[in-house]
Design a protein around this ligand. Structure first.
Ligand code: FES
Length: 231
């Protein structure tokens, strides 16, 4: 059985993935490659070429929205299908890169992770894609993987109004003197020992700079309280 629950996790910050470059990213104890295509969408795959297992992120490149394997030059389109093999007319059926569903929202890239490459059974929470909300990262740290259980526990029983929205996503409803807002807590396992934890908050784009500042300071205080409870 998989060590990691199936579902949505934050994969990377949007700003770190630029168009036309191939990135290697390690999560869930394994290597992935990802890139942003010319239509701005982000694509995530297993890092190893199905031909003879070369690591695509070591010397591989993007050419016209296709990943080119550094070893024998097989080319894969955004769906992960091999579409070109140098000096060869037929393409074997098994020449398919394993890909993972992803969504970009709230300044982050989210991946639906399952070890057997399932399709998502649910979407990421709708408010993450609301155009009138902006999202700001407040804190980010790496903690011991065994704290994951505790994060799930505080989501069900404690003084914090936190709801689990997936194995790697927790939402906390907060308020200050102006308005309610949401805090997003994402917990993504890097491997079976390290959990990458990030805190962000939603900010109404229509607020003035002073109100936005008040939001951030209320949210930062709440992050500190949650961390004291968690660590
Ligand atoms: S190992 Fe990738 S093309 Fe051969």
């Amino acid at each position: 059985m998989s060590k990691y629950p199936i579902g949505w996790y934050k994969f990377e910050e949007s700003k770190k993935i630029k168009k036309g470059k191939l990135y290697t990213i390690n999560r869930f104890g394994k290597a992935f490659v990802c890139f942003r295509s010319s239509d701005e969408s982000v694509h995530i795959y297993d890092a190893y070429c199905p031909h003879l297992g070369a690591h695509l992120g070591v010397g591989g490149k993007i050419e016209k929205d296709k990943i080119v394997c550094p070893f024998h030059g097989w080319k894969y389109n955004t769906a992960g299908e091999c579409v070109e093999i140098p000096y060869c007319k037929s393409i074997p059926k098994r020449a398919q890169l394993q890909s993972y569903p992803s969504v970009e929202a709230a300044r982050g890239i989210y991946v639906y992770f399952s070890e057997d490459f399932r399709k998502p059974e649910e979407s990421i929470p709708a408010f993450l894609q609301k155009p009138d909300l902006d999202f700001r990262q407040l804190d980010s740290l790496q903690i011991d993987w065994n704290k994951y259980e505790k994060l799930s526990e505080i989501a069900v029983n404690s003084k914090f109004p936190i709801q689990a929205k997936g194995p790697g996503l927790f939402i906390s409803q907060e308020s200050n003197s102006f308005k309610d807002f949401q805090m997003i807590i994402s917990g993504t396992p890097l491997n079976d020992q390290v959990l990458d934890l990030t805190f962000s908050c939603s900010i109404d784009r229509n607020l003035n700079p002073f109100q936005k500042m008040k939001f951030k300071s209320t949210a930062k205080n709440q992050v500190e309280k949650i961390l004291q409870h968690l660590l």
